[in-house]
Write a protein that binds this ligand. Sequence first.
Ligand SMILES: [Zn+2]
Length: 97
Amino acid sequence: MSNIVINTGDQQHKYCQSCGMQMSKDPKKGGTNIDGSKNEMYCSYCFEGGRFREESLTVDGMKERAKRKFKEMGFPSFLAGFMTRGIPNLKRWKAKG
Ligand SMILES: [Zn+2]
């Protein structure tokens, strides 16, 4: 089951696979690996130095956090809700399911 990819092609890495944020909105354009190289799967808010900043965060916690973040960025709440609906399908959370 874990091999199923919902977003195929170039869509896959345009969004952080932890919070769903557009990578282009990330000022650092991606997180960092343990060796300091760029990690393009996760944004700098989620992933730094080879680990998640909040290891214990649950998928629901992330949805709430992302919703707040989208609103801060000026998205209307219906859109924020829509955008966070896909979070459980992102790589970080799918691996756990
Ligand atoms: Zn992220």
